[in-house]
Design a protein around this ligand. Structure first.
Ligand SMILES: [Zn+2]
Length: 255
């Protein structure tokens, strides 16, 4: 099963992994994990992704500035990521998008950075990894305007919004949230989601699936998210893992 687990969204640069980071990655890759994509949040995080991708054959990275970093990101900070997008094993621009959840967010700045980074992706023929939290209307308007290839990760919208994302040709990423009790929203999304547009992800160290909810999440825990998703979709878990592995490889152009 492990050999078909592809974690399309992770944050192994999180301080929660300090002291165990490389032992953990060594172990999971030696057990045969299919692949991991690092989701960058700022320049330093992007450099972590590039360096770690040199260390592990099946570790890839995105390059981008997260909306939560928007208010501390100058135009020269933004420009600093442009040249590194062309580096080896950079498979996407992300994670980029809009987050109106936290206090004091700067909507205009977030929208500006989101649009500029979508243009960066289009100019480099790369997909985008989109983060959208409490910002569905603005996110969908911008995605409809630019129509990038990509994924809306940790999808938290309704089945209706999921259909709009699918109509744009994009993928939907779901985390361990799928396994949480009484998660009717995720269930309703899975009911309209074709398997060939589904990406499995951890968003680790966050969002650990049941029975690990609240603990530090790691990529191998995707097995539990896959099992629950497969049950809702009426598929065999291994079959779903194989399909979602292939989806990630197709979207991120991985051989
Ligand atoms: Zn993330």
């Amino acid at each position: 099963m492990l050999s078909h687990i592809f974690d399309s969204h992770s944050h192994y640069d999180s301080s929660q992994f300090d002291g165990i980071r490389y032992t953990l990655l060594d172990e999971m890759f030696s057990q045969g994990l299919a692949g991991i994509i690092h989701a960058s949040t700022d320049y330093g995080s992007a450099i972590f992704g590039i360096e770690t991708a040199k260390r592990y054959e099946r570790f890839y990275t995105s390059i981008g500035i997260h909306p939560e970093a928007a208010s501390r990101t100058s135009d020269s900070d933004l420009k600093s990521i442009y040249p590194i997008v062309k580096k080896d094993k950079v498979v996407a621009v992300g994670e980029i998008g809009l987050d109106y959840h936290y206090e004091g967010y700067d909507r205009e700045r977030q929208i500006y950075l989101f649009k500029e980074q979508i243009k960066l992706a289009l100019d480099n023929d790369l997909p985008v990894i989109v983060h959208s939290r409490e910002a569905t209307l603005d996110t969908m308007e911008i995605l409809n305007q630019f129509k990038p290839r990509g994924v809306v990760h940790c999808f938290s919208g309704s089945a209706e919004t999921a259909k709009e994302v699918l109509a744009l040709g994009m993928y939907i990423g779901l985390t361990g949230v799928v396994t949480f009790k009484n998660n009717k929203k995720a269930k309703s999304v899975l009911e309209v989601l074709p398997a060939d547009r589904f990406l499995l992800e951890t968003d680790c160290p966050y969002m650990a699936p049941e029975p690990f909810r609240g603990k530090t999440c790691i990529s191998t825990m995707i097995e539990h998210t896959a099992k629950k998703s497969a049950e809702i979709m009426g598929l065999d878990p291994l079959e779903l893992l194989k399909i979602t592995e292939q989806n990630a490889k197709t979207l991120f152009n991985i051989k």
